[in-house]
Write a protein that binds this ligand. Sequence first.
Ligand SMILES: NC(=O)c1ccc[n+]([C@@H]2O[C@H](COP(=O)([O-])OP(=O)(O)OC[C@H]3O[C@@H](n4cnc5c(N)ncnc54)[C@H](OP(=O)(O)O)[C@@H]3O)[C@@H](O)[C@H]2O)c1
Length: 326
Amino acid sequence: MSCYALFPGLGDFEHVLTVVGLLFVSKTVLQGLWILVRNVRAHLWSRLWNKKLGETYGKWAVVTGSTDGIGKEYARELARRGMNIVLISRTEEKLQKVATEIAEEFGVETEIAVADFIQGRPVFENIAQRLQNKDIGVLVNNVGVMLPHPMEFELASERDMWAHINVNVATVPAMTKLVLPGMLSRGRGAIINLSSLAAAYPIPLMGIYAATKAFVDFFSLALEWEYRGSGITVQTITPGYVSTNMTKFSELVHRPGLFIPTARQFVSHAVHTLGYASCTAGYWAHGILGYLVDTFLNRWFFMYGNYLWNSLLLHNMKKNQASRQR
Ligand SMILES: NC(=O)c1ccc[n+]([C@@H]2O[C@H](COP(=O)([O-])OP(=O)(O)OC[C@H]3O[C@@H](n4cnc5c(N)ncnc54)[C@H](OP(=O)(O)O)[C@@H]3O)[C@@H](O)[C@H]2O)c1
């Protein structure tokens, strides 16, 4: 049947436009349905089954950056599901406090490893010893730093620059290298990598942070592909703003709300998606933001929008500081 029979009242040009329009609408609808199905699976279907993570992946979970924010909540949530936890962060007293709290609240074993990841390669020898002979089922590559607030690169300290590279970038493959051989030999395990919505495109005034998160994104997605069918789950998480120490420079991104969950709210959603989504925002409202960015923003609009947004955050922060000093 020719399309003339479909739309008898239209001329040649209108026919072409109509067919192109129909194809575009069909593609958008199918894409939307596919995303909907994936999100229903990750956020709703997954809640019907309370996966026994220890049995599925292995007895111990290792969480980097686990004394605060998202990492601490991952440690708690995995312990709630019966896993023993190795907590790794840089401050010993905080580590001991969190380890004791988790052991008492959930009745699991906890161990700590003090490591300042900014120091790079040497810290992994000590961590390797701590992890030796343990059935590591889950690794959460969570630790991350961000500039204290949006700023031009010239104003960032040298320490912050190396922290981004050593903590956000180097730690992810280095920790993976420590646990992957054991997971492969047991044929089971999960590696969860904390990237960010900021990895979607470059972000002016947060350039180094977004670039390091793009590294995590790429590394994690490639790893997921490489180990399909090996029994190892690799998950990439790309959250939007979460109310933690990292966002406390501005009330606009720190005050909890629908689009800014607390770390506890965020992780209680994100943990459910493990095994149901290989790449997810982790939290449903951030999933909507990610969809809008992917579908409606090209690189230029995203960068310009984020430049304006970060300039606003900076302006707002300075105004608040000035009014506090008065
Ligand atoms: N918060 C957000 O809006 C957001 C959004 C997207 C993605 N993320 C990502 O989520 C992850 C967690 O962020 P968060 O907001 O939970 O961070 P956070 O609240 O600032 O907590 C950071 C944790 O990492 C530890 N840490 C920091 N520097 C370290 C170092 N050099 N060596 C060892 N441990 C170190 C801290 O330990 P101490 O207690 O000893 O300082 C703390 O336990 C990061 O990868 C971040 O990029 C966060």
